[in-house]
Design a protein around this ligand. Sequence first.
Ligand code: NDP
Length: 328
Amino acid sequence: TRTPVNVTVTGAAGQIGYALLFRIASGHLLGADVPVSLRLLEIPQGLKAAEGTAMELDDAAFPLLRGIEITDDPNTAFDGANVALLVGARPRTKGMERGDLLEANGGIFKPQGKAINDHAADDIKVLVVGNPANTNALIAQSAAPDVPADRFTAMTRLDHNRAIAQLAKRTGAQVSDIKRLTIWGNHSATQYPDIFHAEVAGKNAAEVVNDEQWLADTFIPTVAKRGAAIIEARGASSAASAASAALDHVHTWVNGTADGDWTSMGIVSDGSYGVPAGLISSFPVTTENGSFEIVQGLEINEFSRPRIDASVQELAEERDAVRALGLI
Ligand code: NDP
């Protein structure tokens, strides 16, 4: 029998955690034939609820689930971890300044990065979901000098999936007909969903849509503000779709992108497309055998350039702020 893959989930007792854990245990993270062992990290106040979730996981009798450990100690949670999903984060509360938010999250992601550095398995892959995801990923990555920087990624797959869904609606295509969509920049309101290189059933998406006004005034804001629209409609944030995107992100990273397609991931920039090296920014990437490469050589037009630059500028400001706080 195969050795189980150790998967660590932080913020396991939260909403996203609740939607995520059952699908990890049923094979949607790594594959339907890969056994998993779960480590759930919570803050002390969340431990009891995490135990309740673990009871339900037991009760689902998942054949692939080989163990569940619950802890409030990052060193224990990341010991031998092969995949880490960093979901728990400090939400922005009323009256909180951005600096306070970054500082509170630094207190979470810096020690977690160090624990990953010191205890995780050599093949560790990290996905940061907790917001501000890109900058939290940068903090964790900076605290893990012995881990290759490209193992720390931030989730823009939900934005990617949302953009595919909106484009499919507009063009009457199936989501599976849409390829090569790109989210650039930060997972925030400044993100830029780019359809200029995308395809709808083999045709250039921008040509199929042929409506720059719709792109600027409807498509981009709908994708960027979807989270708020869901809170407004559901009365709660988009937990199940966020969990689903986290599974997609890791599944694609481990199992590869399809020929002729790519995905979007927040990754450490190597300077490509004018994104300053070291920032964790979303790019078009292909994946194969557990590693990824930025898709090179795409022409960035006049519509796209300022939008990418604005989102990257925001990332640079967040980096400068956490640097000033001594978090990186
Ligand atoms: P959720 O599970 O709903 O969200 C967790 C994080 O994911 C938040 O930072 C949230 O950002 C982010 N997120 C990213 N994309 C989305 C999306 N599309 N929709 C919603 N959220 C998104 O939060 P809960 O409050 O339910 O649970 C958080 C849990 O984390 C709690 O149980 C808490 O105890 C725990 N926690 C654990 C820590 C640890 O393990 N060390 C540290 C801190 C908290 P946003 O705030 O922008 O919505």
